[in-house]
Design a binder for this molecule. Structure first.
Ligand code: FES
Length: 118
């Protein structure tokens, strides 16, 4: 695995995939440090997001296949299994506050997608 650019906040940026590996307004899953991470190309908003791929509701590795959308200004993903919906910014579940996922910073440079891990 290729680690790039460590910045001042002890963040290490890992090369995750190419831009074309993630469908527009969809997601893809990558394995980084043994951890499945869902990456979303939210083309309608011109933004990228990354979260855990595992849905904490029933531990399904499914969020990269979830439907993305917006609730007000909040970008979100809905788990395809039972429609728990998570903010792509904070990871907070928007329809059941007992669930939370981790979100990760994303950088897109020269057609490549990088995920920041501490
Ligand atoms: S497993 Fe995701 S909502 Fe149930």
């Amino acid at each position: 695995m290729e680690a790039l650019i460590a910045d001042q906040e002890q963040m290490t940026w890992f090369l995750a995939c190419r831009v074309e590996d993630v469908p527009a307004d969809g997601g893809a899953c990558v394995l980084l440090n043994g951890h499945q991470i869902a990456i979303y190309n939210f083309a309608r908003r011109n933004e990228w997001f990354a979260t855990d791929n595992e849905c904490p509701h029933r531990q399904q590795m499914a969020l990269s296949r979830g439907m993305i959308g917006s609730q007000g200004d909040e970008p979100k993903v809905a788990c395809p299994f039972h429609k728990k919906t998570f903010s792509l910014r904070s990871g907070q579940c928007l329809n059941d506050e007992s669930y939370q996922i981790t979100t990760f910073p994303v950088k897109v440079t020269d057609g490549m997608v990088y995920i920041g891990l501490e």
